[in-house]
Design a protein around this ligand. Structure first.
Ligand code: TYD
Ligand code: MG
Length: 484
């Protein structure tokens, strides 16, 4: 990789320094337009500014040199089905192609993809370093085997490292094809020659195009390389997995436009200390979003966890203050997760509000509601909230459990044993229902929970649930009373 990287730099260096010596060449070719592209929204501007005029983000404009402005547009026209000669068609006269889907054979990945890998689709997988992206994709190639001949293109590891990993994972080596290459033009040549049905590009940040002078990993390179690969996928019907690095903030490093160009964006989440890994569909043109796939990392790679509903429970038998189990529903499955809160006297003039696995702003809002409508003031307390197991809960059903955990920690009194909760809390202190209440309750009951504090509108329509005391609440004060 280092070799080809250096080659790439030399070549671009030549281009830059050689250009003035080639008057004929420079006379024929129009001066490359320099644009400034926002790394957040992909908007472009002709001059550098501190703030992006499109999305308002600060310090996100970077130079995007060399690529003719029409390159992206040409590419898009290409895979939209015709160059320049498109005609308006009535939608009911368009023949409906059947999406050719191939099941990968790794159930949790198939679930997140929406039932298998669609031919010609481009899927971006993001996640922290070392979380298992390369492992998952190598296992995917291994599982598909000869059903979908694949090519693993690596810009990060040597062939030896990949081979070592494959043999450790117990994959059949003769079936795996691998390439170390970082130049997108040559990758596309290889793809055109080898005609794999699936290509894995690990990672998009290491890939560069010879046509641009910028360094690999820069916005213009990532954008252009991805555009080339997407175009190839659509034209040839090759499915492509792109591995994307994530920034400190958790987004894919590089332009946001990358997320718009691909068909699906999957994120790998999990705590480094925990062996569980969660794959979440963030965008999917061929399936539901927010679907979760759960894996456990072991010494032979990633193993599926097909029934994950109880795996995020901490497993402690005795009830401790500040802890409650909530039933969240991620994708199409209910999931039991433990929410913990720690409320402690603060020595700061501006007490800390820290939330891990939940949105920070939401925590601040919930604490304000707790004060105003629950009569519990925590303005002189540090409040920490954590979702056990490194999973991120995005739905508002976490509101009520968070407040109950905060209450329990503040009073230093555990909640009643085997209690679960879910429910959204409104700004006026009302408890709002969440979708699929009854299903959540049944899931909790099947794991031995005996008491539930839930929105009144989520009470089961037909009678009750066996062995479970369900308390329906309409206002926050009622919930706090029920928890006391
Ligand atoms: P990797 O797939 O290289 O991560 P990424 O491509 O997302 O950076 O995963 C590497 C991590 O996974 C590394 O910390 C070791 C661990 N691992 C195992 O625990 N067991 C295994 O069988 C494999 C292959 C990796
Ligand atoms: Mg990797």
């Amino acid at each position: 990789m280092a070799e080809s990287l250096r080659l790439g730099r030399q070549r671009t260096g030549l281009l830059q320094s050689g250009a003035p010596n080639l008057p004929q060449w420079s006379a024929r070719v129009a001066k490359p337009k320099i644009a400034y592209v926002c790394t957040e929204c992909g908007g472009s501007s002709s001059k550098w500014q501190g703030q992006c005029p499109d999305c308002g983000a600060w310090n996100t404009l970077v130079e995007f040199a060399g690529a003719p402005a029409s390159a992206g547009a040409r590419g898009r026209a290409g895979y939209a089905g015709g160059s320049g000669s498109a005609v308006v068609t009535r939608l009911d006269q368009v023949p409906q192609g059947v999406e050719a889907r191939t099941e990968v054979g790794i159930g949790e990945l198939d679930r997140v993809l929406g039932g298998g890998l669609v031919e010609g689709s481009v899927v971006l997988i993001g996640g922290d370093p070392g979380i298992g992206k390369s492992t998952l994709l190598l296992q995917t190639l291994g599982s598909l085997g000869s059903r979908l001949p694949g090519l693993y293109v690596t810009g990060e590891e040597s062939l030896g490292q990949v081979a070592n990993r494959a043999s450790r994972l117990g994959l059949s080596l003769p079936g795996l094809h691998c390439l170390t290459e970082t130049c997108v033009e040559r990758i596309v040549q290889h793809l055109a020659k080898e005609k794999p049905k699936l290509a894995v590009i690990d990672s998009i940040q290491t890939i560069y195009s010879e046509q641009l002078p910028a360094a690999p990993g820069s916005v213009s390179q990532v954008r252009e390389s991805a555009a080339r690969l997407v175009r190839h996928a659509k034209e040839q019907g090759t499915s492509i997995f792109l591995v994307g690095h994530v920034t400190k903030e958790g987004g894919i490093a590089g332009p946001r436009v990358l997320e718009h160009m691909v068909d699906a964006v999957l994120y790998f989440e999990g705590e480094s200390g925990s062996r569980f890994r969660v794959l979440r569909a963030f965008k999917n043109r061929f399936g539901a979003v927010n679907e979760l796939g759960v894996f456990a990392m072991g010494d032979r790679g990633l193993r599926e966890v097909p029934n994950p509903s109880a795996m995020f429970l901490s497993g402690t038998l005795s009830q401790t203050p500040g802890s409650i189990v909530m039933v969240t529903r991620e994708g199409t499955r209910p999931l039991l997760v433990e929410v913990q809160a720690l409320v402690d006297q603060s020595s700061l003039s501006n007490p800390r509000r820290v939330s891990l696995g939940l949105e920070q702003n939401r925590l601040a809002m919930l604490l304000a509601v707790l004060h105003r409508h629950g009569g519990l003031a925590v303005f002189d307390q540090d409040v920490f909230v954590n979702v056990v197991g490194g999973i991120r809960v995005q739905e508002t059903a976490a509101d009520l459990p968070v407040l109950l955990a905060v209450l329990s920690s503040y009073r230093d009194r555990p909640l009643a044993e085997k209690t679960v909760s879910f429910g959204e809390v409104g700004l006026s202190g009302e408890i709002r229902p969440v979708p699929n209440g009854e299903e959540r309750l049944r899931e909790a009951a099947s794991h031995g929970f005996r008491r539930a504090i839930v929105p009144k509108a989520n009470l089961p329509r037909k009678g009750s649930i066996k062995d479970m005391e369900i308390i329906g609440v309409e206002r926050l004060v009622q919930a706090l009373e029920a928890a006391d």
